[in-house]
Design a protein. Sequence first.
Length: 234
Amino acid sequence: MSSLSLKDNVKEVLERIRNAAERSGRKSSDITLVAVTKGVPLARIVEATEAGLYVFGENYVQEARSKIGAITGTHVSWHMIGHLQRNKAKEAVRLFDVIHTVDSKRLAEDLDKYARDAGKTLRVLVQVNVSGEPTKSGVAPEVVQSLVEDIVAYRSHVRFCGLMTMAPFFDTPEAARPYFRALRQLRDTIAAALGSEGWSELELSMGMSSDFEVAIEEGATMVRVGTALFGERH
Ligand SMILES: *Cc1c(COP(=O)(O)O)cnc(C)c1O
């Protein structure tokens, strides 16, 4: 695709985000577009920054490594959105600003240790397997609170910022709505359990190319969009 169509895609996705936000009485500035760049070559990512994108999501530490090293724009932010193995935790801490996929106490403990060594505070989200599909990563809804409390109490270099989920794949976006709604309700429960101190602003990372508008209507604050921006992956 030419750079023109990437620009057009960015414009269209931002427009759809704005409309979905308006429909649900929210501001589009409350929603972060995470441009998912797995399989997208570096040159296209550079183009994407020129088209105004500045938050990127990668699924694999190894693939992210070379890209992140090459893109040096000061206000570009990188999010890890794929399953993170503990043996990649150290490098993930070095590469990423936000990890969307914390799914165990041991991973949180490792991230905390490496973040402390690196002198940084890492923002994390807990990935929740709302649908219970065995092929999906993430923790069961019933154990989210205990994982979150552990992070908040003991992991001082990891800042708990919210919840992430992937809805099952459906032919119609509307079918994903109950899963997004369930994550929002879980977020509200967690926020209430944690008490005052800004926990009302916990993020909801949900919605992809096929269903991000429905996710926004259900309260998404971060949408992870690849195909609608960059075209089909090969
Ligand atoms: C690939 C991926 C996305 C983006 O998917 P698209 O359908 O291309 O928008 C979002 N979230 C996660 C976790 C992904 O792996």
